[in-house]
Design a protein around this ligand. Sequence first.
Ligand SMILES: [Zn+2]
Length: 394
Amino acid sequence: MTLTGVPTGTEYVRRQNTGLVLRSLRSHGPATRTELARRTGLAKATVGTIVAELEAARAVTQDATVSSGRGRPGRPVTLTGESILGLGLEVNVDYVAAVALDLAGKVRVVETRPVATAGTPPSTAELISMATDIRTTLMREGHTVVGATVAVPGLVAHDNRTVSWAPNLGWDGRHLAEELEEAFGGGCPTTIDNDANCAALAEAAHGVTTDVSHSLYITGTIGIGAGIVQDGRLIRGGAGFAGEVGHMPIGNPKRVCGCGRKGCWEASVGLRAMLNAVDMEEENTPLQTATTVANRAARDAGMRDALAALGHDLGTGLATLAAVLDPAAIVLGGYFVPLGAYIVPAAGEVLAERLPSASIHLPQIRLSSLGIHAAALGAAEDALADVYAGTLAL
Ligand SMILES: [Zn+2]
C-alpha cells in the first residue's frame, strides 16, 4: 500500500468510490454487491470492480453464496482487513502507549510502557523505540501498517505534523513525525494530533458517543482540553487549536494557573485543583489518584462537599461550551471518571440552570468508558482515516 500525491480524473473518482464502499461496510455491516450498489448509489459493475480490488488487497471477504429468498442469490461482502492496521501512539507525561486497530475496527495490539525515569516525561527515543518494536512485530506476522498517528498533550498545528506547544512534555516535538517516519523506514506516513482530539474520536467510534453525531470530550488531567466531534470528524478550527478550553477565564479569578495567568478554568477544575480541594497527594496516574480520592470520599462528607463544589465550577465551563457548540453529549475523561458520582450531579445542575436552551435540549453528561488507552485508540482510528476517506490507495 502506498501513499501517493493527489490523483486526478478517473483515479480520484475510483478512490472516492472505494472509500464510499468501505465506509458503507463499516457503518452498516456486510452486504451483497447489489445492496452495496443501492446503499452507495454506485453502478453494480463499479461496486463489483471495487470489491474485487478490495478482496485482492485483503480488506474484504465474500462469504459463500446465500439465497436471498427471491431472485438471484448474493454473496455478502464483509469488511475483514485483519492484516491492514493503523497504529495509534500516545506520549504522555508518565507513559507511552500504543494501540493497533484493524480495518474492521478490532483492536490487535495494546501496549503501555511507563517512563524510563520516574518524574521525567518520556523522550522521543522511548516513543520511537516502542513504535518500531510494535511495527516490526506486526510486519513479521504479515500485517501492513498503513499509517501511524501520535497523540500528544499539547497544541498541534494544522499540518498535523508540528507540535507547537507541549509544556508538560518539556521537549521540542517539531520533527517528531519525520523522526518516526525515518525510524519506520519510509513506509508508514505519520501524523500528530492533540490527545483530547484523539480521545474524542475514540469515544465517537468505540466508546460512549457512538449513538450521537455531535459530541464534546473533556480531558481530566492536570490540564483540561476538549475534542469536538461532528459526524465522525473533528472540528479543528482555523489554526488547528480548537478545544484549548483549559485557559478560558471562567475559573476562580484568584487562582493562579500553570500558564501564569489567573482565573483559568483548569486552575479550578484540573487534577491539581481537585487534589488541593480535598487535601490529598498525587499518585502515579490521574486514574489511580482519583480512585483513591473516590474511596475516601465514600466515607467523608466534607470531601464530598469539596468535590461537589468542583463539579459546580466544572458545570459553569460546560454551560459556556454547550452554549457555543450545542453538543448532544458531553464526555468527561481522565480523573473525572472515578469521581463521576461526586462531580457530575453538581455539574449537571449548573448546566441545566445556566444553559439558555436547557429546557429544549440538555446535553447529557457521560463518563468515558475507554480508560487509559482512549487517546491511543483514537490515534489508531485517525491512522486509518485516509483509507476510509479513499485518499490512501490499498
Ligand atoms: Zn492558564
